[in-house]
Design a protein around this ligand. Structure first.
Ligand SMILES: NC(=O)c1ccc[n+]([C@@H]2O[C@H](COP(=O)([O-])OP(=O)(O)OC[C@H]3O[C@@H](n4cnc5c(N)ncnc54)[C@H](OP(=O)(O)O)[C@@H]3O)[C@@H](O)[C@H]2O)c1
Length: 250
């Protein structure tokens, strides 16, 4: 039976999809009829996610390595077909502390994993999207890219740059039918952010300030990613959708 749903027949690539927000996005796209290549550094973790879901194709890839990205895209095209949707989601935060303590090696690693990865993926996928006249690229940024996160210069800086990368690509690729948008999540309950929510006192203090009184869930980001991936957002490009429970209002 042919796939049904908002993304029926589409091929998507989601980086950082072995857990958290990326996994929720990949599973949502698959539910809506897409074939979805999921990437992360560990093949076993990806296979665990894909078990029992034929629409998910697990391919290990370290997004900080150019050769891995090249191989990921070649395999995706070979095994799933031309890529219609890309979600640049994989990211890390290896440096928490004062700006004056930052080392150059940390700077290079954060730029490579959080930012250059998106440049490399888009550089390889967008020309083909452009020649086919359609595509949706979604970059997962952060509210930290709009307002500095305390003692997180490198994370905030890479997310701010990703937002400007989003707008620049959107301007250039729009005439060819390729849309490029970003999502800026606030606090979402995942492994990456557990410092901010795992301790009950810190979580309570945080929710005390935030207008919406629950911790954000990966599915609440996936639902917005689905809108950006689908034709429901055909007039939407170059935007940063803030999904933060109203946090930036405070
Ligand atoms: N959680 C939040 O509160 C929050 C807020 C704002 C923005 N975000 C953004 O949302 C995105 C997803 O974050 P998350 O909270 O879902 O994080 P997470 O639960 O830690 O998941 C991160 C994913 O990225 C993969 N990954 C990490 N480094 C990688 C690398 N070098 N190459 C390939 N894959 C890599 C991880 O798999 P492996 O470890 O197996 O490689 C995992 O699948 C990130 O861009 C993050 O900055 C999160």
């Amino acid at each position: 039976m042919p796939a049904q749903g908002q993304l029926a027949g589409r091929v998507a690539l989601v980086t950082g999809a072995s857990r958290g927000i990326g996994r929720a996005i990949a599973e949502t796209f698959a539910r809506e009829g897409a074939r979805v290549v999921i990437c992360g550094r560990r093949q076993e973790a990806l296979e665990e996610v894909a078990r029992g879901n034929d629409a998910l194709i697990p391919i290990a890839c370290h997004v900080g390595r150019a050769a891995d990205i090249q191989a990921l895209i070649e395999r995706t095209e070979r095994e799933a077909g031309a890529i219609d949707i890309v979600v640049n989601n994989a990211a890390t935060n290896i440096q928490q502390g004062p700006c004056l303590d930052i080392e150059e090696g940390q700077f290079d690693k954060m730029v490579s994993v959080n930012l250059k990865s998106a440049l490399r993926v888009i550089g390889r996928v967008a020309p083909k999207m452009r020649s086919r006249g359609r595509g949706s690229i979604i970059n997962i940024a952060s509210v930290a890219g709009l307002k500095p996160q305390f003692e997180s210069l490198l994370y905030s800086m890479t997310k701010a740059a990703l937002i400007m990368m989003t707008r620049s690509y959107a301007q250039e690729l729009g005439p060819s039918g390729v849309r490029v948008n970003a999502i800026a999540p606030g606090l979402i309950e995942t492994a990456l952010s557990e410092f901010f929510w795992k301790h009950p006192d810190r979580s309570r203090e945080f929710l005390g300030r935030q207008p919406i009184k629950h911790l954000g869930q990966p599915q609440e980001i996936a639902d917005v990613a689905l809108l950006l991936a689908s034709d429901q957002s055909s007039y939407l490009t170059g935007q940063v959708i803030v999904v933060d429970g109203g946090l930036l209002l405070c």
